[in-house]
Design a protein around this ligand. Structure first.
Ligand SMILES: [Fe+2]
Length: 184
């Protein structure tokens, strides 16, 4: 389970790198395909906010319930998930307006995009550096089995990084493949 979450993190990191490039282009007043940004945001809504984060919440809830946890780890993570969700929805709304060719001040949009990217990185790093190591240390195989059994949402195929790329994400998938060698 943890492995699949870490796999998701690697994928989200790839998307954040693409967003960083787009942000730099907007700031340098270069032409940008807003549709691609919209696809990334839509993936975050569809997969990260509805599937990846709830899975993490389930694990943290279990962890907090059955283990002695020193700080308000779970609350903090839930708050982060909630605020990321709100930021994602807000960006999605602005992108809808941009794609309708309505005038949106681009510095306003790029500031919001920058805040979003930073919040996502901070959250990812916090989970990878603090939360996941704690889970690994303290949860046993029995715990993980119990958590898996309590997961109610079944298996959800990742629409972008899964076995079959869904139609609406095909262009984005190609774009990620192109940028991969550059990132290594
Ligand atoms: Fe996560």
């Amino acid at each position: 389970m943890l492995q699949s979450l870490q796999e998701d993190h690697k994928n989200i990191a790839k998307l954040l790198k693409v967003l960083e490039q787009k942000l730099a282009h907007i700031r340098n007043e270069k032409a940008v395909k807003y549709k691609l940004i919209a696809h990334i945001i839509s993936y975050m809504q569809e997969y990260a906010d509805r599937f990846h984060h709830p899975k993490e919440d389930l694990i943290y809830d279990y962890y907090v319930k059955y283990r002695v946890v020193e700080d308000d780890l779970s609350d903090q993570l839930k708050q982060q998930h909630q605020s990321l969700l709100e930021m994602t929805d807000e960006l999605s709304d602005i992108l809808d307006i941009i794609l309708l060719d309505a005038v949106v001040p681009l510095d306003q949009f790029s500031d919001k995009l920058e805040t979003f990217i930073k919040a996502q990185w901070d959250h990812l790093n916090y989970e990878e550096d603090v939360v996941f190591p704690a889970l690994k240390r303290h949860l046993t195989e029995d715990d993980w089995r119990a958590i898996e059994q309590s997961w109610q949402h079944g298996k959800y195929e990742d629409p972008l990084f899964g076995h079959r790329v869904q139609e609406q994400y095909k262009a984005l998938s190609e774009r990620i493949k192109l940028s991969e060698p550059l990132d290594d």
